[in-house]
Design a protein around this ligand. Structure first.
Ligand code: CO8
Length: 304
């Protein structure tokens, strides 16, 4: 069932198809329609994702609840993509807040166990799911806000960067950034492009080479997050911020988003297979597997 859904998800159009979609005015009007529908809210849950959708505001909140650290495993990525796709297809859903139900962690990034000691076939399937998540979020027609209520390294940082706005908990114990080089691995070009689009070339060059994880204050300074608030206020601030974004006509905002992101999206969309092959070749190398093994050991030692 999930396999079939995975295949189906890969064929759905994203923000890149927006221009043609908008020429069919019905679709645009539906998205633009203000929240005049009856007050209604719904909740849907997979084991790892809970989505609360308030139809009166047109805003959904996606709670990531994959213990212990919301690491992005193949299964979790698939659930996230399915949930996102459902919201994307629901014309009454205009905004999405992504947050974590896990204490202290937004997302620990890609699940290292999906890249360590696995067959090339598994690694390929995993990487396709990572690509899919990025394409869906970065190309979403919805307003997306990341309510970063905990640490967000590597793939967690990538997920937050795909959103239109990032609000982070102002707790110096939390960190965010693309720390891949610290694991002995290399962030692929589309991770890099997303960061360049967010904080600029120079900051990205430093961040990627050094595998920097930033405190919330540092992240705000370089523009990696847009706002810091007290830990208790992250979700409410996200909802308030959403109201401002919802005031902009959808068609104008979506076209602008598409104009800004399309070249980056097209670059991966045109090279998915090559990117998968590169990933598999790289990640299955003995030396890279050794680095990942050492990193996992370090995580365990740190805990002890
Ligand atoms: N994958 C799998 N397991 C993980 C991960 C992860 N990313 N992160 C943590 N875990 C595990 C830990 O090993 C630990 O397992 P166990 O209970 O069995 O010992 C458990 O989760 C809990 O972890 P902690 O005790 O460390 O939890 P804390 O709350 O103290 O800390 C952190 C949370 C800050 C998130 C911390 O766990 C951490 O720093 N984790 C590592 C994060 C990281 O470095 N992620 C990078 C993943 S790679 C990636 O996202 C992009 C790869 C791009 C690939 C490009 C290749 C070409």
């Amino acid at each position: 069932m999930k396999m079939a859904l995975r295949a189906c998800l890969r064929t759905k159009p994203g923000l890149t198809g927006l221009l043609s979609q908008l020429s069919c005015s019905g679709h645009a009007a539906a998205r633009r329609a203000p929240a005049l529908v009856a007050q209604r809210s719904s909740s849907s849950t997979s084991q790892k994702i809970k989505v609360d959708f308030d139809q009166s505001s047109g805003v959904a909140v996606m709670h990531m609840q994959s213990p212990p650290v919301n690491s992005l495993s193949l299964e979790f990525l698939t659930d996230v993509c399915i949930a996102l796709e459902k919201l994307e297809m629901d014309k009454s859903c205009r905004g999405l807040v992504v947050t974590s139900s896990q204490p202290k962690v937004f997302s620990a990034g890609l699940d290292i166990l999906d890249m360590y000691g696995k067959s090339p076939e598994h690694c390929a399937e995993f990487w396709k799911a990572v690509q899919e998540m990025w394409l869906k979020f970065y190309g979403s027609n919805m307003i997306t806000i990341a309510a970063v209520n905990g640490s967000s390294p590597a793939g967690g940082c990538l997920l937050s960067m795909t959103c239109d706005y990032r609000i982070m908990a102002d707790n110096p114990r939390y960190s965010i950034g693309l720390n891949e080089t610290k694991l002995g691995i290399v962030a692929p070009f589309w991770f890099k492009d997303t960061m360049v689009n967010t904080v600029g070339h120079r900051a990205t060059e430093m961040a990627l080479q050094l595998g920097l994880l930033y405190s919330p204050a540092e992240a705000l300074k370089i523009g990696l997050v847009d706002q810091l608030v007290h830990e208790d206020q992250v979700l409410t601030t996200a909802t308030e911020t959403m109201t401002k974004w919802l005031a902009i006509p959808d068609h104008a905002r979506q076209l602008t988003k598409s104009m800004m992101r399309k070249p980056t999206i097209d670059k991966l969309a045109a090279n998915r297979e090559v990117d998968v092959n590169n990933f598999v070749k790289f990640i299955t190398k003995d030396s890279i597997q050794k680095s990942l093994g050492m990193y996992l050991e370090m995580l365990k030692r740190r805990k002890a």
